[in-house]
Every structure is written in C-alpha cells, then in structure tokens.
Design a binder for this molecule. Structure first.
Ligand code: DC
Length: 673
C-alpha cells in the first residue's frame, strides 16, 4: 500500500501567486538544443523533476558539462556544436517519454556509436517504433538482447551518424516527430516527412518555434517535408527563459472554481500565446465559467461565477482534459470531452483511469469503465454532474482515489478535493501515491497549500545599503508577494523635481512641481514600479549621482512625504487586486508611518563599512553616511527602528541567510489555521 494524502477542502478563498514550475516540454527541448549548440546556454525558470533530471543525467553520461541549481531554477549547459562526446554507454530513461524519444534521435547523430538503452516497465510499453523504424532507413539500428530488430525499449542502438530522407509514423506520439525535427538542422540535406497524421500538433509547432529560437528555423517543402535551409550547430541564445508549465497552470486556473468568493490566483509569466498549446485550456476554462484576465505577461484568475458544462474537443491540448474532467461533477450540466484517444497510451490509460475514479466518487460517466476496457478505440467521455451523488459517497468517509502512477490524476483530483463539498471543511478525497506528482510538479501539494494563505503586509526599514531591496525582492519571489521599493518612489519624484528645476530650499518650487505630478503604478514581475506622468524613470536615471545627492533633502520635506503617503498606502489594494498573497514594502518609515499595522515589521542594519562596500561593489557613487544622517535626523518621518519591529543585523550574514531569516519570521503569518 502506498502512502496517501487527505485533501483539506478550502474553507476560504484561494489567494496568492501559484508557484508553477517551468514547462517540462520546453525544459527538455531546450536541454537538447543547448547541448547541440555552439557555446554555453543558461536556462532560467527550468523545471527540476524526475523527467528533466533523467535527461540531464543522460546528457552528463554522454559527456556534456551541465551545472544545475535547483533552488535558482537554472541549468548551465556547455554545448558541443552537434557532437556527442561519448560513443558507447548505457542510458536509462525511466518512464520519461520526452527523454526516451529525444535522446534516441539525438544519439543518431553519433558517428559509429553504441548505446544500451532501457526504461521502466511502463516505458517499455510506450510507442517507440515510429522513431526506430525511421532511423533504420539512415542505418541507425535498434536491436533487442537477442539481436532482433527492436520496436520498443530495451534495445541497443547502433548509430551511423547519418540522417537522410526520413519518414516517420508519429501517429502514436508527436514526440517521435519532434525528436527528429530537433536533430534535422545538424545534417545538411536531411529531411523528415510524416507518414499519416500526428497527435498533438501544438507540440510540433513548439519544436519548430524553439529550433528557430536557437537559430535554425525549419521549413516545409511542397510535399510537407521538413528541412533546414541553413543547417549547422544550433546558435546559443546565451540565456533562455523557460515559460511556466501551462498544463500545471491549468490546476490553478481551475482552483478558483471550487474555492470561496474573493479567490484570486496569480500565474506569473503565464502567456496566452506562449509556446505551449496547453495555454488553450485558459480559453476552454473561460467558456466553462472561469474569470481570467491578463496583466502584462501574467494571468489573474478570480472566483468563477459558475461551472457551465458543454461539449469540448481536447485533442490539441489533451494533457489538460483531466483538469476539466475533475471539475465536471460540479457543473450545471453534462460535460463531453472528445478526441482524446491518444491519452489512452500515456502514463496510464487516462480515459479509463478518469472514468474509473469519477465512478468511484459516485459520478455517472459514459462510456462506463467496463465499456472502455472492452473497446480500446473509444475516445470521448461524458460526465454527468451530481452533487447529491458526490455527497452520498462522501458521507461514507473520504474516497481513496487511485492515481495509476499518473501525476495528472493526482493533481486533478487534488483540485476537486479542495472543494468544500460537505460545507464544514471535512475532507472527502484522499489521493493515493501523491508523490507521483514528482514527474512534473514535485511541490504541487505545497503550492496548493500556499494559496490557502491570508493577505500579509511586511514592512522592511533600514538605512542605505542595508540590504532592504535585495532581501525584499527575493522574499517576494519566493512567497508570492508584491514588492514595493519606496526609495524608488522618492527617487522618481526627485528626477521629476530636478527636471522641473525645483530645489529643496525653495518650497514654493517643490509645491508647484508636485501640483503637476500624477503617480501611477505598473507591475513588472513581482515588483510594482512607480510611473510619474506616464513615464517610468530608468534605473540609471533614479540612481544617478545627481539623484543620490538630492533625494534625502527632498524626502525630508513634509510636502513631499504627504504627497506620496496615500500613493504608498494604495499599493496594498494594488497587490490584493493583482492576486498577490501580500506585499513587502521597504523604505525608511514603512513600519512607523506608511504601514504601522503591518503583519510583520523588520528593521535591517549593517555596520557602515559593510554598507559602503556593498554600494561600491554595485559600482555606485553614493555618500551613504551623509544620506543616513539626513534621513535619521529629519523632523518628518525619520529613519528609526519602530517599536515592536524585529531588528536584524546583517553585517556578517549572506543575502541567502537574511532571506531565510525573514521568511522564517513571515511563515506563521502566511499559514492559516
Ligand atoms: O532606499 P533608497 O536608498 O533608494 O532611498 C533613497 C532615499 O529616499 C533615502 O535616502 C531617503 C528616502 N526615503 C525615505 O525618506 N523614506 C522611505 N520610506 C524610503 C526612502
């Protein structure tokens, strides 16, 4: 018996930034392309999961130099310009479909190589023959242990290094085609043609778009053959930002359908027209009742007003069908999910698994699990909603949902279980083997839990170069808070005041200029940026020596402070509306004046020498001591450590240590009892 997890229904709204990992499909493609590139590539926002780790490990076994940092989400990979350093070896691909297919085609580039390839039992049953047959025409052959031609794992791959006119049957998986498309530009004159159709066309488009991002765009001739007009090693983009996983994001689009009014979940970096076909789920969800809007490159999902059943074709974004299917029992009418035959050959027979588990909860589905078992060609599912049926089952105690080693089963039912069906917070769904989410989303249940948080406001004060901004920025990103740098507010005003020829000693000139100012905010990543009269001053402008020399004198004026106070307080609402779990505001008077009732107030300090060193390392000419003196001796809102604030002396601490300490202090406030 595997371990199981009881899902605690949300009794409140869900709020905060969903901590969605990077896309698996993009991470694994980027690893292959970067390995085949000339030069080094830094992948940011990468996914670290079983599947990507398998590919990273395999590439290392093949002689590639890869430095990964799981905490930072980065992978630094040294490309080898299309060459594979190790010519003989053994690789185990686990149950990772992308690694299995991508590596097989990748190895075909190796001149006279010999590789023993194996996978988990489940992987041995997954489609490979289309790819192996295709490579055979270019004399890259796969043999079984008995020396017969192999059609699936395990096999020994004997490679020729050539790629000629390939034809691939990718009807069982688009990865069979994508694998070949990625190696295509490495051999002049190579072409790939598909026999028949492939499933999941969007993944092929993703591959094409990524080949182009790495400098080798593919084209198709009149007969539909892919070729690269400008073949050669890929060109490293140097830094490549991986989009958050659109399939993983689907669970957090779904969550506000089942949690309380006032729910607002933010999906940082979620792009409706990104590389991933599964972003189409957002459109289906909207038809189903989701409230989604976009702010910059991010999405905001608020409480759904209703769940409208309907008829949906999931062929092109089938990984997300389970997300919708798990909401369907709560909809107002039946939900039909069509064209998902290929999902019957994925981690498990997903159609059958979904039907079986919905049935277990008392939900009627058509075809029935028995019918699905008898007929492998069935490709749709109709789900009949019934809260009564769910309630009847729930009254007998929590239902244990089988997950069939399928991460998507675990996550989809995790969302359904978040619904407070019994109205008193009693759990009614138990997920078996919750660890199976490790395939793409190891921290899924923690990410779900984090959205149970209540809104927090954190004030950080301290002198110049005391580490406020770096600390606040890192904490904001880790905990899904909006970051506000009030020093930047005063600096922006100073730029405007200097432009208007105002001087601190001439109050009338300051007041006249302020009367012409209009302040707004825009979100940039996790930070709110100050907009003055429609313009965002650049970092260089607000940190110029001239601004450094004048900002404290302007900031000492009550007229300036009064002018900006309400604007600063309004950031709380901005953070709430944008779906952040809270805000972290830093400055000189945040805990004392701007947010005296903040959930947590922190005062950072470091000795003068340490702070001077930090500024000079940043290459800034700034007379810190002089500014501190002005800031702490002025009459209006001087820099002080407010009573009750937590003092942290970080002279001898690294940034990571300070961040850890601040997060430890915030943790109890974020957790809801
Ligand atoms: O944090 P910083 O060094 O960017 O701030 C620039 C100046 O702005 C600082 O010397 C004083 C002023 N300031 C302030 O008076 N009150 C705040 N809350 C933040 C900054």
């Amino acid at each position: 018996m595997t371990e199981s997890l009881l899902i605690k229904p949300f009794r409140t709204s869900a709020r905060g930034v969903a901590q969605v990992p990077g896309s698996k499909s993009i991470t694994n493609r980027a690893l292959i392309l970067a390995a085949l590139a000339e030069g080094e590539t830094l992948l940011t926002g990468a996914l670290f999961s079983r599947d990507t780790k398998i590919l990273i490990q395999a590439l290392r076994t093949l002689g590639f130099v890869i430095v990964d940092d799981e905490v930072a989400g980065t992978i630094r990979i040294q490309g080898n310009a299309g060459n594979i350093p190790v010519k003989e070896g053994s690789l185990h691909v686990g149950n990772a479909g992308t690694a299995a297919r991508f590596l097989t085609a990748f190895l075909a580039l190796s001149h006279q190589g010999k590789y023993a390839m194996d996978g988990d039992v489940a992987m041995r049953a997954r489609p490979m023959s289309g790819l192996l047959n295709s490579l055979a025409s270019s004399k890259t052959l796969a043999y079984t242990a008995e020396g017969k031609p192999a059609q699936a794992f395990p096999f020994v791959l004997q490679t020729s290094g050539q790629l000629k006119d390939l034809t691939v049957d990718a009807s069982a998986s688009s990865q069979l085609l994508s694998a070949l498309l990625m190696v295509l530009p490495q051999r002049a004159g190579a072409t790939v043609k598909m026999s028949g159709e492939t499933v999941s066309e969007p993944f092929v488009v993703m591959t094409e778009r990524m080949c182009a991002q790495f400098g080798r765009p593919l084209s198709r001739d009149a007969e539909g053959r892919w070729f690269c007009a400008n073949p050669g090693a890929y060109i490293s983009p140097q830094v490549y930002a991986i989009e958050p996983d659109a399939t993983a994001a689907s669970y957090f689009i779904a969550l506000p359908a089942v949690t309380g009014q006032g729910s607002c979940v933010r999906l940082q970096g979620y792009q409706p027209k990104g590389l991933q076909g599964d972003t189409a789920f957002a459109e289906v969800a909207k038809l189903y009742g989701a409230e989604i809007d976009y702010q910059g490159d991010s999405a905001r999902v608020r409480s759904w007003h209703n769940l409208r059943g309907g008829d949906f074709d999931f062929n092109q974004f089938s990984d997300t069908f389970l997300t919708l299917a798990a909401l369907a029992p709560l909809a107002d009418k039946p939900t039909i999910i069509r064209n998902i035959a290929h999902t019957r050959k994925q981690e498990t027979d997903r159609l059958l698994a979904m039907a079986t588990e919905l049935n277990r909860l008392g939900v009627k589905v058509e075809p029935s699990p028995q019918a699905l078992q008898a007929d492998a060609s069935l490709s749709s599912l109709t789900i009949y909603p019934s809260r009564d049926a769910l309630l009847k089952t729930a009254q007998r105690g929590p239902t244990s949902i089988h997950t069939y080693e399928d991460h998507r089963m675990a996550m989809s039912f995790g969302i359904l279980g978040s619904y407070d069906l019994l109205g008193d917070g009693t759990p009614w769904i138990k997920i078996e083997d919750p660890g199976c989410t490790g395939k793409t989303f190891p921290r899924f249940f923690q990410a779900l839990e984090a959205l149970r948080s209540s809104f927090v406001s954190i004030a950080i004060d301290g002198g110049a170069a005391s580490g406020k901004s770096s600390t606040a920025r890192a904490v904001a990103q880790h905990l899904g808070l909006m970051h506000v740098d009030t020093g930047a507010h005063y600096r922006t005003l100073t730029v405007g005041l200097l432009d208007a020829k105002a001087t601190p000693s001439n109050l009338a000139s300051v007041e006249k200029a302020l009367a012409q100012f209009k302040l707004d905010s825009v979100l940039s990543g996790f930070s709110s940026r100050c907009v003055l009269n429609g313009k965002i001053a650049s970092e260089a402008e607000i940190r110029s020596p001239e601004v450094n020399a004048h900002v404290s004198a302007f900031a000492a004026l009550p007229a300036v402070r009064n002018y900006i106070l309400n604007y600063q307080r309004s950031q709380v609402e901005l953070a709430r509306d944008a779906g952040f779990a809270g805000l972290i505001m830093e400055g000189r008077d945040i805990g004392s004046v701007v947010l005296p009732n903040a959930t947590l107030r922190i005062f950072l300090e470091a000795d003068a020498e340490a702070r001077r060193l930090r500024r000079s390392t940043e290459g800034q000419a700034d007379s810190i001591a002089q500014r501190d003196l002005l800031d702490s001796t002025r009459a209006a809102a001087p820099l002080i450590c407010p009573t009750g604030a937590v003092r942290i002396d970080n002279t001898k601490l690294s940034l990571a240590e300070v961040v850890q300490e601040v997060e430890r202090l915030i943790a109890p406030a974020l957790a809801v009892s």
